[in-house]
Structures are given as C-alpha cells and as structure tokens.
Design a protein around this ligand. Structure first.
Ligand code: LMR
Length: 340
C-alpha cells in the first residue's frame, strides 16, 4: 500500500513537471513570436526633407532600421504630406501616426507653458534653447504631455525667428504699424505683434506661401532655414534679422505605441533618437547660416543694430508681463539662467 502511494505521488509529480515544461515552452514560443513581429511606425512633419527636422527624422528612421535589423521601420512623411498643422495632433492621439515634431508653441492648446519657446528675447540661440529643454524643468514640461496620450521625447532647435514682409524695411517697432503677419499659433505671437501695432492671422505652415503670394498677410516670422526652403523670398522683399524668439521642435510619440514597444526595442529606439538629436543640433546652425548667405544674394536683409534691437526688447515688456504668470516664474527663471 505504501509502495502504491509512493508510485502515485511520483506519477503526479512527473505529470506536474511535464505540464510545467509545456507551459514554459508555450511562453517561450509566444515571446519568440512577439520578438520577430515587424513594427511599423509613421513619423509625420510639416517641413521639407532638406531642413534640419527633415534630415534628422530620416536619420532617426535609418538608425532604427539598422540597429533593429529591420524589425522596426519608421516611415517618414515630410512637407505635411500625411498630416499638417490642422490635424497632426488628432492623428497622433488617435495613433494614426506614431511620431510628430511640431514647434513648441503649437502645443498651446494642450499646455500654455509650451509657449515659452515663443517668448521674445528669452532664448539667445539654439544652444540656449537646447539647454533649457534638456534641463530638469524642460524635461518635466515634456513629461506633462503624458496625461494627454502623448510623450514628449526631446527637442530639436531649428533657429531664431526673424521678421519678413513685402512692404518695407522694418527697423523700428513703429514700422510695424498696420501690417499683418502670419503666425503658426496664437497666444504669445499674437501679443508680440499687437505690441508692435500689427495684426496677425493663424495660418497652417503648408498654406503660408500662397497666403503671402495672395497678400492675405503682409509678412511672416520664420527662421532663415524655413524662409529658404519655403521660398518666401520669391514673394517677400524685406528680411529683418532680429532673433526674436527660438523655433524648437518637440519630438512627440503616441504614448500607447511607445509603451507597447518591447523594452529592449524601446531602449534601442531611444538611443537612435538620442543620436538623431545630436545630429540635428549639429546641423541646425550650419544650415541656418547657409540659408542666410543665400538669402542675402536675393533680397534686402537688414540686421538690427544693438540699439535698434533694444527698442524691440523694450516694446516687448507688456508681453513679458502678461505671460510670466501664465508660463510660470520657475520656467522663466530656468530659461533665463540658461541663456545668460
Ligand atoms: C511654422 O509653422 O512656422 C513652423 O513651426 C513650421 C516648422 O515646423 O518649422
């Protein structure tokens, strides 16, 4: 009897062991399936392929393809081909596209504080902007998008924004009176022009050239790089180098997509983004200066003297007074500290 019990226990143990082994095998197989499944993601943006953003997005895609041995494919759609300013956020939140890289100010409807990028005479240059976005305060701001189904990954500065128009040389704040400018998003930019006595129209990036050509607006505010790629010099005669504010892009992913990536893959993709970011930051200044040199051959370029610039700095005081409480003193102080 004892022997029989012993044999029965042994049999039960063996059965359990076999079942366990089968279970492990099943799990392993599932993991293997998961690890070979191809992942396709779309990266949509609004600028030309040859801009710092266009080149960096492609670099990111190439690096990801190479490092994951083709397991992850990022398809890049430049020039508002897939989605433009009007619908890219909706598309991202719906996971119809997995990456976008809008200018920080376009995030105004999600969080007013992203307008810090548009603040006049706060950021000195691309490096100062990068220092801010890389700081703890900047990263915290990027992370705040998570509650809205998006994840802010990094910032790609493009350049400083300049004034351009079709009517006259702009050297003093008074010269702006009565003119109308295209802006990419409301808030700070509306108030910058209001402080100069000028009006604004919110126009998506892909429609700016036509709006300028058809004289819906008299001018725009843009970086040398975008002016050149979008050929604004064909329809606008005067460029004022004022380095008003900084155009930085926030690279944003759909949070659900990002979280669903297997951890090892996500780590690789993150590393590729880090390298693409270094590439973008090295390239931006160089391309911006090359664009300026080309523009100087074609249109009238006026660089504000330090005294002329000071008059604009003073004219912007109401904008600072209005937005410091909106954006928050803490972020302002950090940006100022990193841009001395
Ligand atoms: C603009 O709309 O002027 C820019 O934000 C476009 C861009 O992405 O450079």
């Amino acid at each position: 009897m004892r022997k029989r019990n012993y044999l029965l226990s042994l049999l039960a143990l063996l059965t359990l062991f076999t079942l366990l082994l089968a279970g492990c095998g099943g799990k392993k197989e599932a993991a293997q399936n998961q690890s070979t499944e191809k992942i396709v993601a779309k990266f949509s943006h609004v600028t030309a392929p040859g801009t710092p953003k266009g080149l960096a997005a492609q670099k990111f895609a190439d690096l990801v393809k190479e490092r994951t041995n083709g397991r992850v494919e990022i398809q890049v759609f430049p020039s508002s081909q897939l989605y433009g300013d009007k619908d890219e956020f909706e598309a991202l939140q719906a996971n119809n596209v997995q990456f976008i890289a809008p200018s920080a100010g376009k995030l105004i409807s999600f969080d007013q504080r992203f307008q810090i990028g548009d603040m006049p005479f706060l950021f000195k240059d691309n490096q100062g902007a990068a220092r801010f976005w890389d700081s703890e305060a900047g990263k915290k701001l990027l992370r705040s998008l998570e509650s809205q189904g998006m994840i802010g990954l990094t910032a790609w500065p493009n350049g400083m924004r300049q004034f351009m128009n079709s009517k006259k040389e702009l050297k003093t704040p008074e010269d702006f009176k009565g003119l109308k400018f295209r802006i990419p998003a409301g808030g700070v930019l509306v108030d910058i022009f209001q402080a100069l006595g000028a009006g604004t129209a919110n126009i998506p990036f892909s429609e700016v050239y036509t709006a300028l050509q058809q004289k819906v607006v008299d001018g725009t505010i843009a970086t040398f790089d975008n002016i050149e790629h979008e050929k604004y010099d064909e329809v606008l005669k005067y460029l004022t180098v004022a380095n008003v504010n900084n155009l930085s892009y926030i690279v944003i992913a759909n949070k659900q997509f990002w979280d669903s990536l297997p951890p090892d893959i996500r780590e690789t993709v993150e590393q590729c983004l880090k390298e693409a970011t270094e590439y973008e930051r090295q390239l931006a200044d160089q391309l911006d200066q090359e664009s300026l040199a080309k523009l100087k051959q074609k249109i009238k370029v006026h660089e504000l003297t330090p005294e002329e610039r000071q008059a604009f700095v003073e004219a912007m005081q109401p904008v600072w007074a209005k937005y410091e409480p909106v954006i928050g003193k803490e972020l302002f102080e950090e940006a100022k500290k990193l841009n001395q």
